[in-house]
Design a protein around this ligand. Structure first.
Ligand code: ZN
Length: 249
C-alpha cells in the first residue's frame, strides 16, 4: 500500500481523528504566514500584551498593524484542504480541528468543531466586559477615525482582537479541551505546522504518546518527523484530496 492508501484506511476506521492545523493550510488560500518574509511582523515589531494594557501609543500601533493584517486575510477564501477537513467532520471521521490560525477559514469551510488556540481575528473583544464585535466594521471605523475604539457595550473597556497577543497566555479552557482531544484520538493529522511553537506543538506529541497514529503533512520537515507514522512533504490541498479519494465512506 502507498502512504496515501494507508492513511485513507486509518481515517476510514476512525470516528474521532483530530486535525491540528498551522499557517501552511492557509497559505494555499493566499493568507501570508505572519512570520514569513512579507508578513506584517517582518516589517513591524509586534505589540506585546503588557504594552497594550499600559500604553496608549502601543494600542495605537497595535491597531495600525492589525488593520493591515486584517486586509491580508479578510478577502481570503477556504481552500480544498479546509473543505476536505469539513467534509470529514460531516462524515463522522473527524472529531474536529485544533488550529493555530486566527483567520477563521475553517469556519467558512463548514467545520463546526474547532478549537482556536490563538483565538480569532474575525472578532474584537472588550478586555473589561468581554463583549464581542465583528472585526470588519470596527476595523473600518478605526481606519476612518484613526481612533483606537472603546467598548460600545460598557463604554470604557479596551478593545482588542480576540486573538492571543505576544506575551499573553493561551486560554486555559481551550488548551484543556485540546489536550483531551489529543489524548483520546486514535489518529492525529498535523497539517501545515512547523511544529515549533509551544505549547501548541506539544499536542501531536501528546497524541502519539497516548497511543495515536501521527500523520504529518507539511511543506518542510519538522522536528517531530521521527515520531510520526507517516510524513508527507507536499502541498496540503492536493495531498488531502488524494487521501479523500482513497477513503471508503
Ligand atoms: Zn466592554
Amino acid at each position: 500500500m502507498t502512504d496515501y492508501q494507508t492513511i485513507a484506511q486509518w481515517l476510514a476506521e476512525s470516528t474521532t481523528a483530530v486535525a491540528f492545523t498551522g499557517a501552511g493550510i492557509s497559505t494555499e488560500s493566499g493568507v501570508p504566514d505572519f512570520r514569513s518574509p512579507g508578513g506584517v511582523w517582518s516589517k513591524s515589531q509586534p505589540v506585546y500584551y503588557d504594552e497594550f494594557l499600559r500604553s496608549p501609543e502601543a494600542r495605537q500601533e497595535y491597531w495600525r498593524q492589525k488593520a493591515i493584517a486584517h486586509h491580508e486575510f479578510v478577502a481570503a477564501q477556504p481552500n480544498v484542504a479546509h473543505q476536505t477537513l469539513a467534509r470529514w467532520e460531516t462524515r463522522g471521521l473527524l472529531r474536529g480541528v485544533i488550529t493555530q490560525n486566527i483567520d477563521g477559514l475553517h469556519q467558512l469551510a463548514g467545520s463546526r468543531s474547532i478549537l482556536e488556540l490563538h483565538g480569532t481575528a474575525r472578532q474584537i473583544a472588550c478586555l473589561d466586559c468581554g463583549a464581542r464585535q465583528p472585526a470588519d466594521p470596527m476595523v473600518a471605523q478605526y481606519e476612518e477615525t484613526g481612533q483606537v475604539p472603546t467598548c460600545p457595550e460598557c463604554g470604557s473597556g479596551l478593545m482588542k482582537h480576540a486573538t492571543i497577543s505576544f506575551g499573553q497566555q493561551l486560554s486555559e479552557a481551550v488548551l484543556q479541551e485540546s489536550t483531551e482531544w489529543a489524548q483520546q484520538c486514535p489518529l492525529m493529522f498535523a497539517l501545515g505546522s512547523s511544529l515549533v511553537v509551544h505549547p501548541a506543538a506539544g499536542l501531536p506529541q501528546l497524541a502519539k504518546h497516548a497511543g495515536a497514529r501521527l500523520v504529518i503533512i507539511n511543506r518542510d520537515p519538522t522536528p517531530l518527523d521521527d515520531l510520526a507514522d507517516v510524513v508527507i512533504n507536499a502541498p496540503l490541498g492536493e495531498t488531502l484530496t488524494r487521501i479523500d479519494e482513497l477513503t471508503e465512506y
